[in-house]
Design a protein around this ligand. Structure first.
Ligand SMILES: CC(C)(COP(=O)(O)OP(=O)(O)OC[C@H]1O[C@@H](n2cnc3c(N)ncnc32)[C@H](O)[C@@H]1OP(=O)(O)O)[C@@H](O)C(=O)NCCC(=O)NCCS
Length: 298
């Protein structure tokens, strides 16, 4: 697929573009860079990553990276100063979308950090979907540990990946499912990652993955199998994370959750997490007219 204008072409990003895309992302002003577990550059060469080339120079890049079967995120949009972001978007969007649509993606999500990007996509079919809030825990005495009787907690191993991916898919709404490869990447970056299992059946019932952060740690993912919820496993997992980071003398532990995830918010607040000023809007562009369920939790 090559849309040819005079000396300008939109084409899929190739391996040998990596350095030039990195330069664009680091040096230019109009850059929306939203890394997930992987850097956007890890998606060079995959479907959904398009570049705009002009006279042999890469002038803009757009990476739509699937996080699960139906949802892809705008992980990178970078534009050279000589080009307007709007023009670059008009050129790159159809090419990148065409590629992810072929893979079954229905929703493109974005979390704008800057006004110019928010304003641009808001007039291009993206609508507010959910608010994501950051919570912080600072050193304080922990409430009582409540070990859930009859269950065992242990470290996650790579052999658990299949099972935790299933729990993730059952516990989270479809929009927020995380595919196995991405959970594997999260696990690689983790400092404390635990599962709860039923020792009699060896069935895994819940997990959490926490990563290091500059001042301590970040609780990146937690889920309990729906049939095992409300038995104290979530509380036990979060308490265990905070115990770990307390022993590490962490100055803070952060996490992100949606503003309307009342169960998770209640659990975190009970364990001493406080809201912060950090709030981000998730916007969604539907490719097939469907909207992700509004009750979906992340
Ligand atoms: C959030 C989650 C991990 C909690 O796990 P859990 O094992 O059910 O939690 P617990 O049994 O320890 O319950 C914790 C508290 O929440 C309350 N709670 C749990 N589920 C509830 C529900 N559906 N409705 C009302 N209260 C609920 C419990 O009563 C308990 O309150 P208490 O401390 O006053 O007794 C689980 O609901 C889940 O996996 N949700 C989907 C994924 C998700 O939202 N993850 C967090 C995203 S940041």
């Amino acid at each position: 697929m090559l849309t040819s204008l005079s000396e300008e072409a939109v084409r899929p990003a190739r391996e040998d573009d990596r350095k030039r895309i990195a330069e664009l992302a680091y040096l230019e002003t109009h850059v929306h860079n939203h890394p997930g577990w992987l850097s956007p550059l890890d998606s060079v060469g995959k479907r959904g990553f398009a570049v705009l080339e002009e006279n042999g120079r890469i002038k803009a890049a757009l990476a739509l990276v699937p996080e699960n079967r139906h949802t892809a995120w705008v992980r990178l949009f970078a534009v050279a100063a000589s080009l307007s972001p709007q023009k670059a978007w008009e050129e790159l969007w159809p090419a990148a979308v065409e590629q992810v649509k072929e893979k079954g993606v229905r929703w493109i999500a974005a979390m704008p950090f800057e006004n110019w990007f928010n304003e641009m996509i808001s007039t291009r079919g993206f609508s507010p979907y959910q608010q994501v809030e950051m919570l912080v825990w600072k050193p304080q005495p922990l409430p009582e540990a409540r070990k859930a009787k009859g269950y065992k907690m242990r470290n996650i191993t790579t052999e658990d990946l299949e099972a935790i991916t299933k729990i993730d898919a059952l516990a989270f709404g479809e929009f927020w499912h995380t595919k196995k490869e991405i959970l594997a990447e999260a696990l690689k970056h983790s400092v404390w990652a635990r599962v709860v299992e039923d020792p009699a059946t060896k069935q895994l019932l819940g997990f959490q993955i926490s990563t290091p952060s500059p001042l301590g740690g970040h609780l990146a993912r937690i889920a309990v199998h729906p049939k095992a919820q409300r038995r104290g496993l979530g509380y036990w997992l979060v308490h265990d994370v905070l115990t770990f980071f307390s022993h590490q003398n962490a100055e803070r532990v952060t996490l992100n959750t949606q503003g309307n995830n009342a169960v998770a918010l209640g659990l975190y607040k009970r364990l001493g997490f406080q809201p912060t000023e950090e709030q981000f809007q998730v916007l969604v562009h539907s490719l097939d007219g469907s909207t992700p369920p509004s009750g979906d939790n992340m």
